[in-house]
Design a protein around this ligand. Structure first.
Ligand code: AMP
Length: 462
């Protein structure tokens, strides 16, 4: 078995890794660490959960340590660019953890936090600066940092940075860093625009690739519930009676959707937090901490806010809404299969989300088993899974419904539910939705719902 020592990692870092319980390098670490230690440029095809942060942070720290020198005032020796605040903060924490016996300095800058404090952190110069692109350029403009001494540049989650519209910022940053440098470029996917971006940053790069999206999907036990949009909240409450759901990340499509789901969870007595772009940085940090510490069993998140969230022991990922980009599905469910573990992902699929489900199944090359619940609509028949019809014809197969169920059994919840305009929810949800590019009430006191037998969808074109 290869060890970190075999890969050439030096003693103080080995000590830190051992203290963190890292016994063996993950595949991306095995491949990437020797390349980075040699000073070569690297293009890494890997997603979160594979150990990619250590794959670049460990050898970078080693190189900075071996060739120790002062960064110079308002300057940095290594610059790591990340798409979101959460990811930047996590990368900073990783550098601090792996480098704790080296005495190298690490600073993290991102939007939504005090410029002043960040300027103070940058004033004397730092060994490692982790930044979101926009805030970094703010600092450049205010002359609180200069990038002409960067020895190593990292672009992490480059595909997300492009999705989030950072392309121009990245191009500007490319002009500010020295031509002679080492560049490491990580992305979970490599469509043409990302490959083109990589070409602009890298020179004679070595390429490593691990865990193509479909294999993460294989480690996670998946299920889909076909459900009416308006019944999703009740279904969620029903599922949560299952105590094996110890820590769940719930994905909603929009910020308002995430807030609505969280409020209803709270009024039904569940411990939930929400994290999305409308929250202040303080609120986001507090929500994430409560979730990490187990004070909140549920974290309701939007795709963007959840990027890079690294929380161990997430038992379940629940897709309250299916993502319209199938790669996002693989990313989401990967949150429950950290560092090689398994997990469960349950997706709620409304009739008008069935095309998204088909895209997901096509990408992962596997059918998602259908979970039958008391809230389930009939699963689409095989002939309904034919290739996507163009335009609005997509809804040409209305799902067969069961007899309506009694809605509210608990008065308290019923009132809260009614106050929030449950009946209007569908309209709002649909209004919120983006296009492909661009009865009983359940409380957590009740018994777990009785699932009917699991049924694999039949054949058809998938
Ligand atoms: P990442 O892909 O960088 O987001 O890492 C995913 C998770 O795996 C993080 O919680 C890391 O702390 C953990 N991890 C990374 N490398 C190792 C390793 N060699 N052994 C055990 N855990 C690891």
């Amino acid at each position: 078995m290869t060890t970190f020592q075999d890969l050439g990692v030096s003693a103080p870092i080995l000590k830190a890794l051992a203290a963190d319980g890292y016994t063996a390098p993950t595949p991306i670490q095995q491949q990437a660490i020797p390349i980075v230690l040699k000073g070569r440029d690297l293009i890494g095809l890997a997603q979160t959960g594979t150990g990619k942060t250590a794959a670049f942070a460990v050898p970078m720290l080693d190189r900075l340590h071996q060739a120790r020198k002062h960064a110079g005032e308002k300057s940095c020796r290594a610059l790591v660019l990340a798409p979101t605040r959460e990811l930047a903060a996590q990368i900073g924490d990783s550098f601090r953890a792996y480098g704790r016996f080296l005495g190298l300095s690490v600073a993290v800058v991102f939007g939504g936090a005090s410029m002043f404090k960040q300027k103070q952190a940058l004033y004397r110069g730092v060994d490692v600066l982790v930044a979101t692109p926009g805030r970094l350029l703010d600092h450049v403009a205010q002359r609180s940092v200069r990038l002409d001494a960067v020895e190593i540049l990292v672009l992490d989650e480059a595909d997300h940075m492009l999705d989030m519209g950072f392309i121009h910022d990245l191009k500007r940053i490319a002009k500010l860093v020295p031509v002679k440098r080492q560049t490491l470029f990580f992305s979970a996917t490599m469509p043409a625009p990302i490959a083109e971006l990589a070409g602009q940053f890298l020179q004679d790069a070595e390429r490593v690739a691990v865990t193509p999206p479909s294999t993460t999907a294989e480690r996670v036990e998946q299920a889909v519930v076909h459900v009416d949009q308006m019944k999703k909240q009740d279904l969620l409450h029903a599922l949560l009676a299952d105590k094996t759901i110890t820590r769940a990340l719930v994905f909603a499509r929009t910020k308002h959707g995430a807030d609505r789901v969280m409020r209803k969870l709270e009024s039904a007595g569940f411990d939930a937090e929400a994290i999305h772009g409308n929250k202040s940085q303080g609120q986001r940090t507090r929500a994430l901490e409560a979730f990490k510490k187990g004070q909140a069993r549920l974290l309701v998140a939007t795709e963007i806010a959840a990027r890079g969230i690294d929380v161990d022991d997430v038992s379940h990922v629940i897709n309250y809404d299916l993502p319209n980009v199938p790669e996002q599905y693989v990313h989401r469910i990967g949150r429950t299969a950290r560092a090689g573990q398994g997990g469960v992902a349950i997706s709620f699929c409304a009739p008008d989300e069935r095309a998204y489900l088909r895209d997901i199944e096509r990408l992962t090359k596997q059918a998602v088993p259908v979970l039958e619940t008391d809230y389930s609509l009939a699963a689409p028949r095989a002939d309904e899974r034919a290739p996507r019809p163009k335009g609005p014809a997509q809804r040409a197969h209305p799902a067969r419904k069961r007899a309506p169920q009694k809605h509210h059994a608990s008065e308290a919840h019923g009132k809260a539910h009614a106050k929030q305009g449950h009946g209007a929810q569908r309209g709002r949800d649909e209004g919120d939705r983006r296009d492909r590019k661009g009865n009983s009430v359940w409380s957590n006191a009740g018994a777990p719902p009785k699932y009917r037998k699991q049924r694999k969808p039949q054949g058809g074109q998938r």
